[in-house]
Design a protein around this ligand. Structure first.
Ligand SMILES: N[C@@H](CCC(=O)N[C@@H](CS)C(=O)NCC(=O)O)C(=O)O
Length: 325
């Protein structure tokens, strides 16, 4: 676990001391957008036109942020248009690597051993954390974006004219509601589990864990009335929540001490989670082995023995009965 400082890799854990033991996530450093015609997107520079086999996606199967991109790649039929590489689930002193292992897919583009090489290739003096997902442009040899929330907005529509399948997870009439839910879910749940697990004081931990479960309670009530977060259709807000929920009982309850309840204890959230898991193609994007290996072995200060628990036994395939809502 570490970061780049002026293009040099340093092995360093997150800084929480300055902030009362609170984990603060750094903003992503590459914020360009692939667009239909190559014009600039909401942030960044122009020049990234949607074209087949121009872009390469680097993911960790363990990572909930990268998982968003994998889900969109699947649902939008982008697999032939945008190939992927998969990092080793163990994130140690060199950060993410392409070291051989089950499920690892090496880097065919710049033949990197370490993910940080992609960052220094794109920007030799890069300073910041080396995170996945990474959307790489093979034409200009740079990182388009390392911000999952923006990568999925691109995948949602930018490739529609060059072979993506139809499907819009941010319909205009729901956009404001989706953005509002995303803001709430990001802070309290998606990042909330990390704020809880990476806390280094009791006070910071309790603050985060209470906020997290208050948010889950709110969503539990909401999902009693409607099948998905914005109503009767699946939107981006659901996929963004899904990647945290699917990891919750297997890693966040134990490893991150998010243990007031499990997702299986919430009837509506648990049915909703199975409902999303059972959408065709989604189960293939969930790799519980990489998920458990990554968390339990990479954070030695949280789990020094690096023992990976065998359980819990969870079956995401049982009937959810939420079509009645
Ligand atoms: N804002 C980024 C966050 C991505 C992120 O933090 N990914 C984690 C893996 S789950 C990572 O690569 N962490 C490495 C580090 O923080 O050093 C996004 O949503 O794409």
């Amino acid at each position: 676990m570490g970061l780049l400082v002026d293009g040099q890799w340093q092995d360093k854990w997150y800084e929480t001391e300055a902030n009362g033991g609170r984990f603060e996530r750094e903003d992503a450093g590459f914020r360009n957008w692939v667009t239909v015609d190559g014009r600039a997107g909401p942030t960044g520079i122009e020049g990234f036109k949607a074209e087949p086999d121009r872009y390469h996606l680097y993911v960790s199967l363990a990572c909930p942020w990268a998982h968003r991109a994998l889900i969109y790649r699947k649902l939008k039929g982008l697999e032939d248009l945008i190939p992927i590489s998969v990092v080793n689930p163990y994130m140690g002193e060199h950060g993410w690597t392409f070291a051989d292992g089950a499920g690892v897919v090496a880097d065919p583009v710049i033949h990197a051993d370490y993910a940080y090489e992609l960052y220094t290739k794109a920007k030799p003096d890069y300073t910041g954390r080396v995170t996945v997902p990474i959307l790489w442009d093979k034409k200009t040899n740079t990182i388009v974006s390392n911000e999952s929330s923006e990568i999925i907005r691109m995948f949602n529509s930018a490739f529609d004219d060059v072979g993506a399948v139809s499907g819009n997870f941010v319909p205009a009439e729901l956009l404001q509601e989706i953005d509002d839910i995303n803001t709430f879910v990001y802070s309290t749940i998606n990042n909330g589990v990390y704020k809880t697990g990476f806390s280094t004081t009791q006070e910071a931990y309790e603050e985060a864990v209470i906020e997290l479960f208050a948010a889950l309670d709110t969503l539990e009530a909401r999902l009693a009335q409607q099948r998905y977060l914005t109503g009767s259709t699946i939107t981006e807000a659901d996929w963004r929540l899904f990647t945290t929920l699917v990891r919750f009982d297997a890693v966040y309850v134990g490893h991150f001490k998010c243990n007031l309840h499990r997702i299986v204890d919430y009837p509506n959230l648990w049915g909703y989670l199975r409902d999303l898991y059972q959408v065709p193609g989604i189960a293939e994007t969930v790799n519980m082995t990489h998920i458990k290996q990554h968390y339990y072995t990479s954070h030695a200060n949280i789990n020094p023995t690096r023992i990976i628990p065998v359980g819990p036994a969870i079956d995401f395939t049982t009937a959810h009965n939420r079509e009645q809502l």
